[in-house]
Structures are given as C-alpha cells and as structure tokens.
Design a protein around this ligand. Structure first.
Ligand SMILES: Nc1ncnc2c1ncn2[C@@H]1O[C@H](COP(=O)(O)OP(=O)(O)OP(=O)(O)O)[C@@H](O)[C@H]1O
Ligand SMILES: [Mg+2]
Length: 293
C-alpha cells in the first residue's frame, strides 16, 4: 500500500488518544514526526484504512491539500505496551490489531495554529476556499458519504488559512446501486464556505477534470496502493467508480439546483455514522465484515 516515494514507518511512542469516532491515536513514528494513526479495523469501520489511503491519494493526485500520509507499522509489542490506546467499548476494551495502518502526518505542530472549524467571518481568509468545490466533486464521484471534514492551518503571520482535507473513510461508490439525489451527504457542515457565485464555473471545471482524468487517476492510485484488483469486490468497486466518473456531469447537474436554493441559509447538520456496539466490533475484528478495499 505504498507508492515508490511513500516510505513505511513504525510507531515508536504513544502520545494520546484523539477521541474521534474511529478511535485514532497520536503517535511518534520512527522518522521522529507525529502522526494520527487510523486503525485498519476500528469499532466504526472495517474498511477505513484503505479508503482513507485511497481518498487521500486521489485528493493528492488532483492537487488538493491533504496531510501527508504513510503506512505505519504498529507492532504487537507496541500494542501490548500501551493499553491506554486500546478501544473502549461498552463491554470492556479491545486491542487494536498489530500490523500496518494509515498514518496522517499531524498538522498540529508548534509553529502554527490549527482549527477544527472557523467562523463565517474567517471564510475570506481561506486561501484555497474554492478547493471545497473540488472536494465536493470528488466526494460525489466517489460517493464519500460523510459530511466533508477539513482542518484549517494558519500561516505564520496569522493572516491566511489553508484548508486541509481529512477523513476519507466513507467511500461507497454507489454501493447497492444507491444514487443519492442531493449534495447534502457530501457537504462541509457549514455550507456558507462554498462561494455560491463560483458554483457553475468551479464545480463545472472540477467535474470536467474528473470526467477526463478520473478513471486513469483511480487506476494509478489502486496500483500504487498495491490493491489486488483481481478480487471480485475490488473489480465491482472499480467498475462503479469508473461508471460514476463517466456520468458525473449528469449526477452533479441534478443536485445543483437544490443546493443553490438552500445555500447560505444555515449550516447543514453533520452526517455521522451510526453508533457502534461491542457486538459490531466483535464481528469486525473476527473479519466477517471485512471487505478488502
Ligand atoms: N493529520 C491530522 N493532523 C491533526 N489532527 C488530525 C489529523 N487527522 C485527524 N486529526 C484529528 O482527528 C480528528 C478525527 O479525524 P478524522 O476525521 O480523520 O476521523 P473520523 O474517523 O472521521 O472521526 P470523526 O467521525 O470524529 O470525524 C480530527 O477532527 C482532528 O482533530
Ligand atoms: Mg472525520
């Protein structure tokens, strides 16, 4: 799961838990840098790692800012030595699996401030604000159906902000023939971040890029991630992604009018995955629900 330049790293020091829904942890890695580790199998998702890697790689290929990432090895000894990073479940705790996971370089460094959300009055400070249209186009294409998540990093003069897109663990590519009719599942929660006057031109140009390059980008990313494309699940998934790239213009056109109507009225509610239970976690860790992508 790495391209030629992406070096594998290993976890050397547990720093803290993050208390997000997929129970990520902050660690120091063998290269001396801090990373947010998202587990391959976590109480929320059996597929998080590969879709995280897939989504982050596709964003990178299209030039959208994402924290740099690497496959991280978390050894058995490291898991055993750090019980405070284990999953807390309703019926007790569960150990994360040792092995390779997804590590996102922490944006939270001493030299700059990072914000989870920003007030509307700051939106004009976001120098890549129009990238939210790119994120929307990609998320609709991949059917990444969780409200868009971004972190905002302030420059050292405390003037401009750059949005970094994180959280790509929800790519479904129209699973079970699902065709969503609205942008709503894909939007950033505060939809005022989308400059409405740019919609036609900006979204249109992203859709064109995806229709033109999306399939090739997707296949390159799968190859770089060393995904076994002969597996039936992967073949089916790939077919759906390529089909969605070809018909993206039609999909997006149908959603634009509704968005324009609702734009600017109030922040959308975050769409969160259902709560988990110990039983759900057991079935995931037993591998029964584990697809391979
Ligand atoms: N590269 C990063 N640098 C700094 N903080 C990060 C990074 N990646 C994730 N985080 C922190 O972890 C939190 C959760 O990350 P992420 O959104 O990827 O997980 P999630 O599984 O989608 O969880 P949630 O559903 O709570 O958003 C973020 O809100 C942020 O605080
Ligand atoms: Mg998230």
């Amino acid at each position: 799961m790495s391209d030629q330049n992406r070096k594998r790293i290993s976890a050397v020091r547990f720093i803290r838990k993050l208390h997000d829904s997929s129970r990520s942890v902050l660690v120091e890695a063998s290269n001396g840098l801090e990373y947010v580790v998202k587990w391959l199998l976590n109480p929320k998702s059996a597929t998080a790692i590969h879709t995280e890697a897939l989504g982050a790689s596709i964003y990178e290929e299209f030039g959208l800012p994402v924290p740099s990432w690497a496959p991280i090895e978390v050894s058995n000894d490291f898991v055993d030595a750090n019980p405070s990073m284990w999953f807390e479940l309703q019926g007790g705790t569960a150990k994360p699996r040792s092995g390779f996971h997804f590590a996102s370089r922490s944006l939270d460094v001493d030299t700059c401030r990072v914000f989870e959300t920003v007030p509307e009055s700051w939106h004009s400070r976001i120098q890549n604000r129009s990238d939210f249209w790119g994120a929307l186009a990609i998320d609709v294409w991949l059917d990444s159906c969780h409200s868009r998540h971004a972190l905002f990093v302030e420059d050292d003069q405390a003037s401009k902000l750059t949005a970094f897109f994180i959280s790509h663990g929800h790519i479904q590519a129209g699973l079970n023939g699902q065709q969503r009719k609205s942008f709503r599942p894909y939007l950033y929660p505060d939809r005022r971040i989308y400059a409405a006057t740019e919609m036609k031109a900006a979204l249109g140009s992203w859709v064109e890029q995806i229709e033109t390059r999306g399939s090739a980008v997707f296949l390159t990313v799968l190859r770089n991630l060393e995904v076994d494309v002969t597996k039936p699940f992967v073949r089916d998934f790939t077919e759906r992604v390529l089909t969605r790239a070809r018909s993206l213009r039609r999909t997006v056109s149908a959603m634009e009018a509704e968005f324009a109507d609702a734009h600017g009225k109030k922040p959308a509610r975050s769409v969160h995955p259902p709560a988990f239970s110990t039983a759900a976690c057991d079935s995931l860790t037993a591998g029964r629900a584990c697809s391979t992508l």
